[in-house]
Design a protein around this ligand. Structure first.
Ligand SMILES: C[C@](O)(CO)[C@H](O)COP(=O)(O)OP(=O)(O)OC[C@H]1O[C@@H](n2ccc(N)nc2=O)[C@H](O)[C@@H]1O
Ligand SMILES: Nc1ncnc2c1ncn2[C@@H]1O[C@H](COP(=O)(O)OP(=O)(O)OP(=O)(O)O)[C@@H](O)[C@H]1O
Length: 317
């Protein structure tokens, strides 16, 4: 049985295919505050999402297909291990158990984000696949309650990537409190194009029980952020010493604050304006053409902001 009966605009959209932006995730701060018996670490992390990312399209097809293009397509395979395929298969399993149809789909992934770089590319792709296929299969209303559990089964970052809104993440990253007040932050992202293994960075942590985040006001986010940390930065620097250099290069362009995101190696710098961030990224690309530098701006938490209306629902004609 199809997931939605009447002929509607969304049905027409679904037949034509849908598109999703898988936004880069930025850990503005990441405190490791404990460890669960299963080895996963307990975190307190301020996360937000950029207006740049991977792009995915979903079309009805005679059989499942996954194709990949884009600057970083060479770093991942379009096979069953890809988080896009794992998200598709997990969602189909959930829907078919309920007697719903989850017909074959041709998915195309434009891989714009460096892989294994601490900005959650794979997690964002998995989340975008869940959102996109729910729309293609017109099953949003049927699966909403189960999406968080499915997302978490794909990775600790996937529930936050499903929402793509600023949040304080606790637990292993799945316990999310929205941060409606976080403003749009102009950024430069920089990566030395050396992949980092997340488990390896966690395993090099010297202390697994570090101070959490104090209660914070929201008047001056730069001051607040400057008091916070990324506890994974020191262990990541042991693996990729270029992190220090990237951070220093971004700071030298006038960033108000620089830090590493996630398990690295991507570092971000917060700039006063989008124009300054663009200028800095261009200068950095000239200095180090072999590294990745990208200007971006983060989304806001407010549903009435223009950014929150545009993100995920471009429909392809
Ligand atoms: C570092 C962060 O990116 C911060 O947002 C995330 O915590 C990692 O999220 P992710 O890549 O979606 O993580 P998963 O794919 O679930 O886990 C990869 C590996 O990272 C380690 N891991 C991850 C999350 C967490 N809270 N504690 C951990 O120790 C575990 O060794 C795990 O096997
Ligand atoms: N679609 C995908 N995009 C990127 N990586 C993928 C994808 N599918 C599977 N992977 C695998 O997932 C691993 C982590 O890649 P990803 O780019 O998500 O890391 P990350 O940016 O460090 O994530 P995080 O910030 O969540 O730790 C890589 O080793 C990669 O081989």
């Amino acid at each position: 049985m199809p997931a939605k009966p009447a002929s509607t605009t969304s049905e027409a959209d679904a037949a034509a295919g849908v598109a999703e932006l898988a936004r880069a995730k930025i850990n503005l701060a990441l405190h490791v505050v404990g460890q669960r018996p299963d080895g996963y670490h307990l975190l307190e992390s301020l996360v937000t999402f950029a207006d740049i990312g991977d792009r995915l399209t979903f079309m009805p097809s005679d059989r499942d297909r996954l194709t990949i293009s884009g600057p970083f397509s060479g770093s991942i395979a379009p096979d069953a291990s890809n988080l896009v395929a794992r998200a598709r298969d997990g969602l189909r399993h959930l829907l078919t158990k309920r007697g719903l149809t989850a017909s074959p789909a041709a998915i195309h992934l434009e891989k714009n984000l460096p892989v294994a770089s601490g900005i959650g590319g794979g997690s964002a792709d998995a989340a975008a696949t869940l959102r996109g296929l729910l729309r293609l299969w017109q099953a949003e209303a049927f699966a909403a309650d189960d999406m968080d559990a499915l997302a978490l089964s794909l990775g600790a970052d996937v529930p936050m990537c499903l929402r793509e809104r600023p949040a304080l993440a606790r637990g292993i990253g799945e316990d999310l409190s929205p941060l409606a007040d976080l403003p749009a932050l102009p950024l430069v992202l920089g990566n030395p194009l050396r992949g980092v293994s997340t488990p390896e960075v966690f395993s090099r942590l010297r202390s697994k029980r570090n101070p959490g985040m104090e209660a914070f006001g929201t008047s001056d986010w730069i001051t607040l952020l400057s008091r916070l940390r990324n506890d994974l930065e020191d262990p990541a620097r042991e693996l990729v010493p270029e992190i220090g250099e990237i951070s220093a290069l971004i700071a030298a362009q006038g960033a108000r604050l620089t830090r590493m995101s996630g398990s690295g190696a991507t570092c971000f710098g917060i700039f006063a304006s989008r124009a300054e961030a663009e200028q800095a990224a261009a200068a950095l690309r000239t200095l180090r053409p072999d590294w990745y530098f990208q200007a971006a701006e983060t989304v806001t938490g407010s549903p009435s902001s223009p950014l929150s209306k545009t993100p995920n629902d471009v429909t392809e004609g």
